[in-house]
Ligand binder design. Structure first.
Ligand code: GLP
Length: 316
């Protein structure tokens, strides 16, 4: 199955199409086959319409057979902080399901004391290496002792292990950042990380302030926990990427037409070209503006473009 891109008119149809794809899979697994289904979830505005539809159509699948994992989380925000991803997912999806998913896994960013982390990084720089070409960095922790070691031992490693021991994610939902980042795997951070503690980039912090999530850059979190591109490639069987609007146009073009590069972490999905696992991008026509008309180049790369803007059904 090639990497596939479905182009639709707008955000609402993007959400309808994503819901049709995902709910069919969830219902097939949890109702028809009566088996467990592992779902990877992303925060942000791109999947909100999808989550609304999942809640509206909850009779079509069995939530008690579903376990979910959030992709990323800010470090240092309490779980019930309105801007924490745990809280947002509770508001937008988990709290609307009755019964709820059998198990909900969240990276425990709330357990990180950001000031203590920053202190240790300053005082004992040898405990961690900052990896990345731009201001967003992976904090590569080299020890199992000290405060950073404790974060690795008690938060990062167990989270990845919870996914591995559950047999991996069946379907991962992902949005894409303006610079092609996925989760909090920032642009310029090598693609090799399964999970990481992240020092957020200046752009990500500025965007969070600009979008009204925090009053100022000083107030916004500086660190986060995130699955990395390699973690997604290795542990997710299938991936559904959602993108809409002009803030995503360049990111989508680079992700699909450009080379696989850490500058655009989401470009790592190109690894799936020709594989039996699916990667489906559902994008609106504005986000797709720079790939529409480039079918030949996409086909040469093994990427299938389905422009369904004028067709009646996703399956026609
Ligand atoms: C943020 C988040 C990601 C999210 C992305 C896109 O940086 N860490 O999880 O997917 O931005 O967000 P949005 O869908 O709101 O555009």
């Amino acid at each position: 199955m090639p990497l596939e891109v479905i182009v639709v008119e707008n955000y609402e149809i993007m959400s309808d199409a994503a819901a049709s794809i995902l709910i069919l899979e969830m219902s097939q697994a949890t109702v028809l086959e009566g088996r467990k289904f592992n779902l990877g979830l992303a925060a942000g505005s791109s999947p909100l319409g999808l989550y609304l539809r999942i809640a509206q159509r909850q009779g079509e699948f069995d939530p008690t057979n579903i376990r979910s994992w959030n992709l990323d989380e800010y470090a240092g925000l309490p779980e019930n902080h309105p801007e924490s991803y745990a809280f947002q997912m509770e508001q937008n999806l988990f709290g609307k399901l009755n019964p709820r998913f059998a198990k909900i896994f969240i990276p425990e960013g709330d357990k990180i004391d950001a000031a203590r982390l920053e202190g240790e990084l300053k005082e004992k720089p040898q405990t961690a290496e900052l990896d990345g070409r731009y201001s967003g960095k992976a904090i590569v922790i080299k020890t199992f002792s000290g405060y950073t070691g404790r974060i690795k031992r008690t938060i990062l490693v167990p989270y990845l292990e919870s996914i591995v021991s559950a047999g991996g994610i069946d379907w991962q939902i992902a949005g894409v950042g303006r610079k092609g980042h996925i989760g909090f795997h920032e642009s310029g951070v090598p693609l090799e990380y399964g999970i990481m503690l992240v020092k957020l980039s200046d752009e990500t912090i500025a965007d969070a302030v600009k979008d009204g999530h925090f009053l100022s850059a000083e107030e916004a979190p500086k660190y986060a926990v995130s699955l990395g591109a390699e973690g997604l490639m290795r542990y997710s069987k299938n991936i559904l990427v959602l993108a809409s609007g002009d803030r995503k146009t360049e990111a989508i073009a680079k992700a699909l037409l450009g080379p696989m590069t850490s500058d655009s972490p989401i470009s790592a999905m190109q690894k799936r070209i020709g594989s039996s696992s699916k990667v489906i991008y559902v994008v609106d026509e504005i986000a797709a503006a720079e790939i529409l008309g480039r079918e030949r180049k996409l086909t040469e790369k093994g990427i299938k473009l389905r422009d369904i803007r004028r067709s009646a059904s996703l399956y026609s």
